[in-house]
Ligand binder design. Structure first.
Ligand code: SAM
Length: 297
C-alpha cells in the first residue's frame, strides 16, 4: 500500500481543488478523530453545506474555520441543490458534512453527490468515522460480508417485512436505533430471529462511556430492561446460520408434523415455520407450501 504524506498531498493536489465537492467525515463523538486533511479542507473550501449550522458552527469554531456554512438537510436538500452546484460552477470548492460521521450514511449526501457527478464535477471523500463500520469491526461477528439497514421503517407492514428479511439474512446486519426505540427493536428482533441470535450493541462509540453489550438478543434485552438505554446505539446482528446439520435426520413428514403441532398449540404460523426451519434445516418457504398442500388435501 502506498501511503501519501499529508504534507505531500497538500502540495501535489493543492486541495481543495476548484469545482470539487468534498464529502467530509466528521467525528461521531471524539473530536480527535477529525483528520488533519479534513480540518484543512474545512478551513479552505469556498462553502460548507451542513445539516445544522449551529451544531457545525461549534466544530468550525474549534478548528478555526471561517468558511460560510449553508444548511443542507432532509427538508431542504432539493431546493438547495442548484445553489450548491452554482458554487462548483463558479470554480469554487464545496464541502459537505453532517452532524456526525460520514455524510450519505443515513445522513443527507447521496442526492448532492449524484447531482454533482451528473454535472461532471469531481467528488472526493475525505474519509472519517462511521458508526456502522466502527461497531462492526469491534463486534466480533463476521465482517467479511455484511449488510447495512440504517433505521428500520416505523410503518408496521413495511417493518414486519423488513424484520422478516433480516431474520433470513445470513450476513451480519448493522442497524441504527435511537435510545427510546431500542427495547422495541430488540423485542421485534427477538420475535423475528429468535432470542438466541448473536448480537452486539455498541453504545456511545468513541466517547468516554463507550461500551459493547452482547451476546444474544435475550441477554441484551434483559440488560436494557434493567438499564434504561441512554446515548447512541448501533446494533450488530449475527446472520442466520446455514442449518444443514439436521437435514435428512428429520423426515419431511416429521418436520411437517412438528409444524402442525406448533401451530395447533397457538404459535403464529410464520413464527412456527421459522422455528421448525431452524430446528430441521428445511426451508421455511418450503415448509409453508407443503403445509398448505397438506391442508388442501
Ligand atoms: N452518518 C452517521 C455515521 O456515519 O455514522 C450516522 C448518522 S445517523 C442519523 C445517527 C445514528 O448513528 C445514531 O442514531 C446511532 O444509531 C448511530 N450512531 C452515531 N454515533 C454513534 C455513536 N457514537 N455510538 C453508537 N452509535 C452511533
Amino acid at each position: 500500500m502506498d501511503l501519501i504524506d499529508d504534507h505531500q498531498l497538500q502540495h501535489e493536489r493543492l486541495e481543495p481543488c476548484p469545482g470539487t465537492l468534498y464529502i467530509v467525515g466528521t467525528p461521531i463523538g471524539n473530536l480527535s478523530d477529525l483528520s488533519p486533511r479534513a480540518k484543512s479542507i474545512l478551513r479552505n473550501v469556498s462553502l460548507i453545506a451542513c445539516e445544522d449550522t449551529r451544531r457545525s458552527g461549534q466544530l468550525m469554531k474549534i478548528i478555526k474555520s471561517k468558511v460560510p456554512l449553508l444548511s443542507y438537510h432532509k427538508h431542504n436538500f432539493k431546493s438547495r441543490q442548484s445553489q450548491l452546484l452554482e458554487t462548483l460552477e463558479r470554480k469554487g470548492s464545496l464541502a459537505l458534512i453532517s452532524d456526525a460521521g460520514l455524510p450519505g450514511i443515513n445522513d443527507p449526501g447521496q442526492e448532492l453527490v449524484h447531482a454533482a457527478k451528473s454535472n461532471n464535477y469531481e467528488v472526493i471523500c475525505i474519509p472519517g468515522p462511521c458508526a456502522a463500520t466502527t461497531a462492526l469491526v469491534i463486534s466480533g461477528l463476521p465482517s467479511e460480508r455484511f449488510c447495512f439497514e440504517g433505521f428500520l421503517p416505523k410503518k408496521q407492514s413495511i417493518r414486519k417485512k423488513r424484520l422478516e428479511d433480516i431474520s433470513q439474512e445470513q450476513r451480519t446486519t448493522i442497524i441504527y436505533e435511537s435510545p427510546h426505540q431500542l427495547i422495541k427493536l430488540l423485542e421485534d428482533l427477538s420475535i423475528a430471529c429468535g432470542k438466541e441470535r448473536p448480537i452486539q450493541i455498541a453504545r456511545e462509540l468513541t466517547k468516554r462511556y463507550e461500551e459493547s453489550i452482547g451476546k444474544t438478543i435475550e441477554e441484551v434485552l434483559k440488560y436494557f430492561i434493567a438499564n434504561k438505554p441512554k446515548g447512541e446505539f448501533t446494533i450488530v446482528l449475527g446472520g442466520k446460520k446455514k442449518n444443514n446439520k439436521h437435514k435428512n435426520k428429520t423426515s419431511e413428514s416429521e418436520a411437517l408434523d412438528k409444524l402442525s403441532r406448533l401451530i395447533n398449540q397457538g404459535e403464529r404460523s410464520n413464527i412456527a415455520a421459522r422455528k421448525i426451519a431452524e430446528e430441521t434445516g428445511y426451508e421455511k418457504k418450503w415448509l409453508y407450501s407443503q403445509l398448505h398442500k397438506r391442508l388442501d388435501k
